[in-house]
Design a protein around this ligand. Structure first.
Ligand code: MN
Ligand code: MN
Length: 463
C-alpha cells in the first residue's frame, strides 16, 4: 500500500458492499434469515395479517397477552394487540424501567388500494369494485397486475367475516385493465401522473350473469349471490367493511446470484420482521425491550392504530405504574430505533440521488438522520450524540451500516414514525433497509441489508 492509500484507509469514509466484509458463515445465516422473511411477507399481506403472523410466531416463542398493572419478572414476554392492526411485543428487563426502555418501531401497513364503502357496480357486463388508494402510489403501476383481496366485513348481524382471496394457490385473482398500445396514443401523450387516474383504478371482480332475462345488471347480481352464499353478506354490508386490494405476488429471489428479494410490502415489513425476530431473541435483557409494529404510517400515522395514537405511551405507562412510576420518568430515559426503509440508489434514475449521501443496496442497514422535505420540514433530526452512540454500537458489533438521505434536496421527501416517537421525549433515529422501487407493487431489497437490520436491532436490545 502506498502512503496515500494507507492514509486514505485511515481517514476517509468509504462504505463497502456487505458481501466483501462478512464471512461465508454469516452470509449463510443472512440467506437463511431471508427464507424465514419470505414466509412472513407472504403471510403478512396487510396490517391485520401482519399482526396475525407476528402474534402466531410470538406465541410459539412463549409470549403471552399483556396484563396491565401486573408486576412482571425479568425475562417475561408479553404482547398487546391494538384493534387487530398494530401490536406491541415486550421482554421485561432486569433493570427498573426508570432507566428507560429500548424500542424498535416499524410499520406494517403498505401502499395499496382500499375498497370504497359502496364498491360494487356493473358496467357493460363486467362487475367491478371502486377503490380509493391508500398511501403514496404511482397509479399507472397498479394496472395489469394480479391482485388479491383481504380484510374484514362486519355483517349487519354483528358477525365479523374475514375475507382472503387471491394469494393462495388455485384461488381466483383480480385485476385492473389498461388500454392496449394500439389505442393508447392519447394516453401516451399524457404526463405519467395523469395516464391512469384514481377513479380509473376499478378492479374487475366478475363477468358471468345470473341466468334470468327479467332484471338488469345480472353480472353484479350474480356476484352478490356468490358473496351471499360464501359470506352471508348483502350489498349494504360493504359499508361496514375494511377490504384491501394488494398485489398477489410471492416473495422471490432476484438475480442469478439470488442476492436480492422481490416482493410486495417490503416497506416496511422488511424492518418489521427483523425487529420482531430481535425481540424474540431477547432472553433476559438489561433494559425492557419493546418492538412495536404500527399501522397507518403510509397516511401520516393518524388514527388510533397509528403512531400518533397514545397506545404505545399507555403501554409504557402500565409498565411504569407497576413500579410506582410516572410514564414520563420512563419515556425521558428511553431510546428508539425507528425501523423504516430508505430509498436505495437507483442507477436508472441517478439524477434523483446525490451519490455521497444515498443508501445503496447491499451496503448494510441505513441510518437516516432526518427525513422531511424542503429544508428538513417535518423532520425529527436525530442528535449527533444519539447517532454517535448507535454508530459506535454497530461498529463494535460489526453490523454493516451506511448513512443515507432520501434523494437529492428539493427533489422530494418523506417521513417516518420517528417524529411521533420524538414527541414522547425519546431519543430516536431512523434505521432500516434500503429499498429499490419503493411503494411499487413489487419492491426490491437486499438479503444482506435485511440481515444487518436484524443484527442492528438485536445488538441494540442486548445493550
Ligand atoms: Mn416506510
Ligand atoms: Mn412508505
Amino acid at each position: 500500500m502506498s502512503k496515500a492509500e494507507e492514509l486514505k484507509k485511515e481517514l476517509a469514509y468509504a462504505p463497502k458492499h456487505a458481501g466483501l466484509t462478512v464471512s461465508a458463515a454469516e452470509q449463510k445465516k443472512a440467506f437463511a434469515f431471508a427464507e424465514d422473511y419470505k414466509q412472513f411477507l407472504d403471510e403478512a399481506r396487510t396490517e391485520r395479517l401482519a399482526v396475525k403472523a407476528a402474534v402466531a410466531r410470538a406465541e410459539a416463542c412463549g409470549f403471552k397477552p399483556f396484563e396491565p398493572y401486573r408486576k412482571y419478572k425479568a425475562g417475561s414476554k408479553v404482547y398487546y394487540v391494538n384493534r387487530g392492526k398494530a401490536v406491541i411485543l415486550a421482554v421485561i428487563g432486569k433493570k427498573s424501567v426508570k432507566e428507560g426502555v429500548r424500542i424498535a418501531a416499524a410499520h406494517i401497513d403498505s401502499p395499496r388500494l382500499d375498497l370504497k364503502p359502496n364498491p360494487l357496480y356493473e358496467s357493460d357486463d363486467i362487475a367491478m369494485f371502486k377503490t380509493h388508494y391508500y398511501g403514496g402510489i404511482k397509479k399507472f403501476q397498479w394496472v395489469t397486475v394480479p391482485l388479491a383481496l383481504h380484510g374484514v366485513i362486519v355483517r349487519r348481524d354483528g358477525k365479523e367475516i374475514e375475507v382472503s382471496i387471491g394469494d393462495k394457490e388455485g384461488e381466483p385473482k383480480f385485476v385492473i385493465s389498461d388500454i392496449l398500445p394500439h389505442l393508447g396514443a392519447e394516453q401516451a401523450q399524457k404526463p405519467l401522473g395523469k395516464a391512469i387516474e384514481a377513479e380509473d383504478l376499478n378492479v374487475i371482480v366478475g363477468s358471468l350473469p345470473f341466468k334470468d332475462d327479467k332484471a338488469s345488471e345480472l353480472v353484479k347480481l350474480n356476484i352478490l349471490k356468490l358473496l351471499n352464499e360464501k359470506y352471508g353478506i348483502v350489498e349494504s354490508d360493504f359499508l361496514s367493511a375494511e377490504l384491501e386490494v394488494v398485489p398477489a405476488y410471492r416473495t422471490d429471489d432476484i438475480g442469478f446470484d439470488r442476492g436480492l428479494l422481490g416482493g410486495y410490502g417490503h416497506d416496511d415489513r422488511c424492518c418489521a420482521y427483523p425487529a420482531l425476530r430481535a425481540v424474540f431473541e431477547a432472553k433476559t435483557p438489561a433494559k425492557t425491550v419493546i418492538t412495536v409494529l404500527t399501522d397507518k404510517e403510509e397516511i401520516g400515522s393518524d388514527g388510533n392504530t397509528g403512531m400518533q395514537s397514545a397506545y404505545l405511551k399507555y403501554f409504557i405507562a402500565y409498565l411504569a405504574k407497576a413500579e410506582g412510576l410516572d410514564v414520563f420518568e420512563v419515556l425521558s430515559h428511553s431510546e428508539c430505533l425507528s425501523a423504516d426503509v430508505n430509498s436505495a440508489y437507483d442507477p436508472n434514475f441517478a439524477n434523483c440521488f446525490e451519490k455521497n449521501n444515498s443508501s445503496y443496496l447491499n451496503r448494510g442497514v441505513v441510518l437516516t438522520k432526518y427525513t422531511g422535505a424542503r429544508g428538513k420540514g417535518g423532520a425529527s433530526d436525530a442528535s449527533a450524540e444519539y447517532i454517535g452512540k448507535v454508530i459506535r454500537l454497530m461498529n463494535d458489533k460489526k453490523v454493516v451500516w451506511q448513512i443515507g438521505e432520501l434523494g437529492k434536496v428539493d427533489v422530494g421527501g418523506g417521513g417516518t414514525v420517528a417524529k411521533y416517537i420524538a414527541k414522547l421525549d425519546v431519543d430516536v433515529v431512523d434505521l432500516g433497509v434500503p429499498v429499490l422501487s419503493m411503494h411499487a407493487p413489487y419492491e426490491v431489497i437486499s438479503k444482506f441489508d435485511l440481515w444487518m437490520a436484524f443484527r442492528a436491532f438485536d445488538e441494540f436490545f442486548k445493550q
